[in-house]
Design a binder for this molecule. Structure first.
Ligand SMILES: CC(C)(COP(=O)(O)OP(=O)(O)OC[C@H]1O[C@@H](n2cnc3c(N)ncnc32)[C@H](O)[C@@H]1OP(=O)(O)O)[C@@H](O)C(=O)NCCC(=O)NCCS
Length: 189
């Protein structure tokens, strides 16, 4: 398995696979912004929008591939661009094909995402994930992410039932968050 950063061009060449990845997660119950009836075109439209953002430099898209070059999973990092938030980034849409789960692919994508975050000087990661069948809450806890809250009825599962989300954060380095932005140490993690 190898992990590569996707560009707008290399991502466009993978549009079908990226769409299939998203719909596969929805089909297996993940609450990731899409409903059970959403189509390949809905998924493609989502990925086109994401790919269009990549040249701007505020988003990183990673793909995990098997030895034959087939997509196994993907993950995104959205870099906060406001001047007071350049120490943080949000993990978004970590997805692994259902058939490829529990083989360490999600953890490998997150490890690389954290490396990318450090490269951009980001020392605080955050994310939210819906409580559901997919085991994402257990996954992020296992990777050292700290729960800092949740909102009831945050989003509908693909089958229409509202579920709460869980908000996580993780500090990637200790001490100063960035020059001029000293952590007070308040809050867990
Ligand atoms: C969450 C997700 C990305 C995990 O990917 P993965 O490749 O299966 O994860 P890994 O194999 O790297 O798991 C690492 C560890 O996390 C924990 N973990 C992962 N999935 C778990 C589950 N379903 N239940 C409990 N623990 C789980 C385990 O401790 C696991 O280690 P182990 O297999 O040695 O026990 C995958 O389940 C997925 O795509 N879910 C649907 C989309 C989603 O909810 N994404 C996150 C929010 S956007």
């Amino acid at each position: 398995m190898k992990i590569e950063q996707l560009t707008a061009e290399s991502g466009a060449a993978r549009l079908e696979e990226l769409g299939a990845l998203l719909l596969d997660a929805v089909a297996h119950g993940a609450s990731i912004g899409f409903m059970a009836g959403d189509t390949r075109e809905d998924a493609a439209a989502y990925w086109r929008k994401i790919l269009a953002e990549l040249p701007g430099g505020a988003r990183v898209l990673l793909g995990a591939f098997d030895a034959a070059g087939r997509l196994l999973g993907a993950a995104q990092l959205a870099l906060a661009m406001r001047t007071n938030g350049r120490h943080r980034a949000e993990v978004q849409k970590l997805l692994v094909f259902h058939a490829a789960r529990r083989r360490g692919i999600g953890a490998a994508l997150m490890a690389r995402l954290e490396t990318e975050a450090r490269t951009f000087g980001r020392t605080r990661l955050h994310l939210d994930t819906s409580v559901g069948e997919a085991g994402a809450v257990e996954f992020y806890k296992r990777l050292g992410y700290v729960v800092c809250g949740g909102i009831p009825d945050w989003a509908a599962n693909p089958d229409g039932v509202f579920v709460p989300n869980v908000i996580f954060h993780k500090r990637l380095a200790s001490g100063c968050e960035r020059p001029g932005g000293v952590s007070t140490g308040r809050g867990a993690g």
